[in-house]
Design a binder for this molecule. Structure first.
Ligand SMILES: [Zn+2]
Ligand SMILES: [Zn+2]
Length: 389
């Protein structure tokens, strides 16, 4: 079958690889109908995720048709249409039992690598390095889905693939980011990053009762989308001082909650950005926490900073003093996708939201190398690429 393989920094190609097979009784094989490139795939593309090997198949946002099931998968049959969560969860361990699906204890066969870095490992992830299990991803014609009796959600409704695909990651991720903000009616929420997760966090913030959403980015087309699609007020950080503007917009108090939907590869302006770039280049720092620092500084006293953006290692000049002095709540982590899929499918079905608005480009899987480059460079107003095998 054809699959998108990582070949090294800034290099992906289409490889011919063996078709996946059922290895365990709880596996299923899914024939992919639609898959997407995620912002977190760009961290791999840019070479920031350790333990990738040339030839690794990418992709953790995918859906399609069940073509084969293992003997213990009783809830799925051939021909079912499913969306698959990006984190793999066993459904039985201490963490799964507490709805903390992305922290599953049983699905990362390479947990020892993550143990070395973080002392504990989270769940295995599709197409996201050997540290997270080395599972081949969904940017391919077929995928083996482990624990298929737990993860995939069946789509019965007459909904287009584009409307439900993002239940696999970015819609639950944006929603959990907003839910983590503890929004009360009338709140103002500031969101750093107008990528797909940022946009879906904005929509979710309104769904959860926010009164105002303020979006921060530097790419005009993305800011426009935040304004037009998500009713956000916008700040272009290359044209305005973010902290001052947020203070003005909130009567001097600051936003009630701040969402960092940017993560480890943040861009910025001025000496602070140069500082992070230099430290990362010298390998004295692993991530560039520019958006995170701003979120902490901007947030009102007693507010919440929610971090759906991915961080991998150590950061520098973390304003713990400001967070402490203001009594902030910090919430973060990989999304517990399983917890949100049914709830959010209902939202889609009811017409509360159609997440397909984030898609800017539909391409063929064979165009993946160009798609990655375009998504990375944000050329042609690219906000989100979906690909059909
Ligand atoms: Zn993702
Ligand atoms: Zn588990």
């Amino acid at each position: 079958m054809r699959a998108v393989a990582w070949e090294g920094k800034n290099k992906v190609k289409i490889n011919n690889v063996p078709d996946p097979e059922i290895l365990n009784p709880r596996d299923a094989i899914v024939k992919v109908s639609l898959t997407a490139i995620c912002g977190s795939d760009l961290h791999i593309y840019d070479g920031y995720i350790p333990t990738m090997k040339p030839g690794d198949v990418l992709g953790h946002e995918f859906m399609g048709e069940v073509v084969e099931v293992g003997s213990e998968v009783k809830n799925l049959t051939r021909g079912d249409w499913v969306v698959v969560p990006f984190a793999i969860a066993c459904g039985r361990c201490f963490f799964c039992q507490q709805d903390l699906w992305s922290l599953c204890d049983n699905t990362n066969p390479n947990a020892w690598i993550a143990d070395n870095l973080y002392r504990f490992s989270g769940a295995g992830l599709f197409g996201y390095s050997h540290m997270y299990g080395g599972y081949p991803g969904g940017q391919a014609e077929y995928v083996r889905v482990p624990f298929a009796d737990v993860g995939p959600i069946k789509i019965y409704e007459d909904l287009r693939d584009e409307q439900v695909l993002f239940l696999s990651d970015i819609f639950p991720t944006g929603y959990m980011a907003a839910e983590n903000c503890n929004i009360r009616p009338g709140d103002t929420v500031a969101v750093w990053g107008c990528g797909p997760v940022g946009l879906l966090a904005m929509k979710s913030a309104f769904m959860l009762g926010a009164n105002r959403v303020i979006a921060i980015d530097r790419v005009t087309s993305r800011l426009r989308k935040a304004h037009e699609e998500c009713c956000a007020e916008t700040i272009n950080y290359e044209q305005a001082d973010v902290l001052e503007t947020l203070k003005e917009l909130t009567g001097g108090r600051g936003p009630d909650a701040c969402i960092d939907a940017v993560g480890m590869e943040a861009h910025g302006v001025g000496p602070e950005y140069m500082y992070d770039r230099t430290k990362v280049a010298l390998m004295l720092e692993m991530d560039r926490p520019i958006a995170l620092r701003q979120a902490i500084h901007a947030c009102r006293k007693g507010g919440t900073v929610s971090i759906p953006g991915v961080y991998g290692g150590l950061i520098d000049k973390f304003p713990i003093g400001a967070a402490f002095a203001k009594g902030l709540t910090l919430r973060m982590g990989q999304t517990h996708v399983h917890k949100y899929m049914r709830l959010l499918l209902d939202r889609i079905r009811r017409g509360d939201i159609d997440p397909s608005f984030v898609i800017s480009h539909t391409m063929s899987l064979d165009e993946a190398p160009a798609a990655y480059q375009m998504f990375r460079e944000k050329t042609d107003d690219c906000t989100k690429v979906v690909m059909k095998p």
